[in-house]
Design a binder for this molecule. Structure first.
Ligand code: SF4
Ligand code: SF4
Length: 442
């Protein structure tokens, strides 16, 4: 569907409308036509002829776009940003598997002799290595674009991190925080989940991996309070583990620190290193999880559900605790049966008493993220649902739908086990109350 064509048709039908009004109508017409698989003409023709004022026409289109939202909820949809659907920005989804074969390594001079720098040269002997003064000075000279982001696996930066080792999980405004802590040892991921927040968050043209893991370990060593900490916030925890082998350094380091619970969160089945060393009771191997249909449709190049569950069982048999994150939970017509089936599959695959925690979080995004998804994944269906501006200014499903999604998954989990700790991620107090959940740190 060409945006220009919607604009032209709107302008010719409503010649008195100015730029902003045409932009609003273009977005609404586009979203309705895309969701319903109809043409822009059909949407424009559905507007009754007697409606001539912009506010009436907008209200008519909003009603079509948000049929399940109340008037109040619809009134929260205030911004109708422009559409930028350049086909050149779309992700190439023709590959079937993840291939990590960088075209160059850019290594900061300060870490040129590090173990990681030596390891990448051994693993990729034919890949050129360029020494750079610093990552920051390098990116200042090179303007970031979505095209860079689409080809981020081509460039791997090996850097010396100096400050940003450990941070509290930023959560979001007015959310009930679970007290999670992030170990920032890597930015960027090679998977292509359509909802990934990194695509509108990072300005890194490649994958950035710090070489000085010993400094991170030192920072973990300084923690004295009970802490849940993990690496899976700005990257997938295990996607590059066969290159960095950081799990093999982190696990022995935290093994005798029972006040730490260390989590590797992944959508891969890259667990060879985890299985190659003795497990630690306070190390949790965790999988973000979704029904197979959603994995196929919007978690491109990740491991299948079966591969994730098999890996979870192997880790559990080896002695690790395991965890699962239903995050993001995505609404679709068969969500109830397919999500509850995944919960059955989890409890068939692993022992309930070895599950450290399960988190639930429904799909949410910033407006910028929505625009990036539209550009990079024009075929997506995840944006076809009704999102309104939530308590934290992020786009979310409305309260009724979110509560139903959470309650259904909670009930199903509790049918299997009442002991397993379940928490909501990035939700406000009201939703916790509604679902009878607390976010006590485990
Ligand atoms: S609830 Fe989710 S976003 Fe908030 S601190 Fe915990 S893990 Fe982070
Ligand atoms: S696995 Fe996580 S970090 Fe990687 S693309 Fe998917 S959502 Fe983003």
């Amino acid at each position: 569907m060409l945006i220009n064509s919607i604009q032209q048709k709107t302008k010719s039908k409503y010649p008195k409308f100015g730029v902003n009004k045409v932009q609003t109508m273009t977005r609404l017409v586009y979203e309705i036509a895309k969701r319903d698989h109809i043409s822009e003409e059909e949407v424009l023709n559905s507007i009754p002829r007697h409606l001539i004022k912009f506010d009436q026409i907008k209200a008519c289109l909003l009603k079509q776009r948000y049929p399940n939202c109340s008037k109040d909820e619809i009134s929260q949809v205030k911004i109708f940003p422009s559409l930028d659907l350049d086909p050149a920005l779309a992700v190439d989804l023709n590959r079937t598997k993840l291939k990590i074969k960088p075209q160059e390594f850019l290594i900061e001079k300060a870490v040129k002799d590090s173990r990681l720098a030596k390891r990448v040269s051994q693993l990729f002997p034919h890949t050129p290595v360029h020494l750079i003064d610093s990552y920051n000075s390098h990116i200042k000279k090179n303007q970031f674009s979505i095209t860079n982001y689409n080809h981020r696996l081509n460039q791997i930066f090996v850097v010396q991190e100096k400050f940003n080792y450990i941070t509290p999980c930023p959560c979001t405004k007015d959310c009930v925080c679970c007290g999670y802590t992030i170990l920032n040892c890597g930015t960027g991921c090679g998977f292509e989940c359509e909802y990934c927040f990194l695509q509108s968050y990072t300005n890194a043209p490649g994958i950035v991996i710090p070489a000085n893991i010993e400094d991170y370990l030192q920072k973990i060593g300084e923690i004295t309070n009970p802490t849940r900490i993990g690496t899976g916030q700005f990257t997938d925890s295990l996607i590059f583990d066969h290159i960095t082998e950081y799990s093999k350094e982190i696990i022995p380091f935290v093994r005798n620190k029972p006040h730490i619970q260390f989590e590797f969160k992944t959508k891969s089945n890259n667990i060879t290193n985890l299985l190659s060393i003795p497990a630690a009771e306070n190390v949790v191997a965790a999988w973000s999880i979704n029904p197979p249909r959603l994995i196929d449709q919007c978690e491109h190049f990740t491991a299948s559900l079966q591969e994730r569950l098999t890996a979870a069982k192997q880790c559990q048999d080896h002695g690790y605790k395991v965890a699962f994150h239903f995050d993001p939970i995505i609404y679709f017509d068969k969500w109830k049966e397919e999500y509850t089936q995944v919960i059955d599959d989890i409890f068939t695959s692993v022992k309930a008493e070895k599950i450290a925690w399960i988190s639930l979080g429904t799909l949410r995004m910033t407006l910028k993220q929505k625009q990036t998804i539209e550009s990079r994944f024009p075929q997506n269906t995840i944006l076809d649902q009704e999102f309104i501006c939530g308590f934290d200014d992020k786009l979310r499903y409305n309260n009724v739908l979110r509560a139903e999604l959470y309650q259904t998954l909670l009930d199903k989990i509790h049918q299997h086990s009442k002991q397993v700790h379940v928490y909501l991620c990035m939700e406000d107090q009201a939703m916790h109350k509604k679902c009878n959940c607390d976010n006590v740190t485990v």
